[in-house]
Design a protein around this ligand. Structure first.
Ligand code: PRP
Ligand code: URA
Length: 209
């Protein structure tokens, strides 16, 4: 059964309020998305497999732990998911990165795939799917279906803002995927935008509006 983990940390509350503000500009928005992602990644990386390793400190030999074997792949959903990559790469520089391109049809709001390029050994890795917005859940669900078709077995989904409708759809369609949510909002509006939300995440990250 999928676990949905809602963040409840003062730093995350503070930073999400900052990016919601309409006067927050592109540079600050992008930087803060990265910071929030790093904080969510702290939670999402609990339970990653470790192996014991013998090392030498300046004082003596000792045993330590490090992330095991085939580790992590990050898969941002284009475009807005790109804004979350850097934050996790700062913590785990060895993570490989794949990309899935989806956009929402403006009328049906259903996702349309236009790009997919994944690390060759993706199916042996733990995959973190990244998208700041979980609205209807269509994009996240389609991306995860695509990954499963490529043989990926261990998937976690990280988002910054979710609507209840998106959480419901994603957990129903992918009950094996844990979902990490920065903030749970109230609802979707008639255009399937999250309320109160933060507007169009892609446009705000890349300054396209
Ligand atoms: C946004 C967002 C998600 C999707 C969420 O992308 O980044 O991918 O919408 O909505 P859903 O849960 O209803 O599918 P969008 O389609 O606007 O593309 P963009 O990132 O290229 O702007
Ligand atoms: N995509 C966004 O960028 N924002 C929303 O509120 C919904 C989908």
């Amino acid at each position: 059964m999928a676990r949905v983990i809602y963040m409840d940390h003062p730093l995350i509350h503070h930073k999400i309020t900052f990016i919601r503000r309409k006067e927050t500009g592109t540079k600050d928005f992008r930087q803060t998305i990265g910071e929030i992602t790093m904080l969510i990644a702290y939670e999402a990386t609990w339970g990653l497999k470790l192996s014991d390793v013998e090392i030498e400190t300046p004082i003596c030999r000792t045993m330590g732990k490090e992330l095991k074997g085939k580790k992590l792949a990050l898969v941002p959903i284009l475009r807005a998911g790109l804004g979350m990559v850097d934050g996790i790469q700062q913590l785990i520089p060895a993570a490989k990165v794949g990309h899935i391109g989806l956009y929402r049809d403006p009328v049906t709001h259903e996702p349309i795939e236009y790009y997919c390029k994944l690390p060759a050994d993706c199916d042996e890795r733990e995959v973190f799917v990244l998208d700041p917005m979980l609205a209807t859940g269509g994009s996240a669900s389609a991306a995860i279906t695509l990954l499963k078709q490529k043989g990926v077995k261990n998937i976690r989904f990280l988002c910054i803002i979710a609507a209840p409708e998106g959480v419901e759809r994603l957990t129903k369609e992918h009950p094996d995927v844990d979902v990490f949510v920065g903030a749970l909002d109230e609802k979707l509006n008639e255009n399937a935008y999250i309320v109160p939300g933060l507007g169009d995440a892609g446009d705000r990250i890349f300054g396209t509006k």
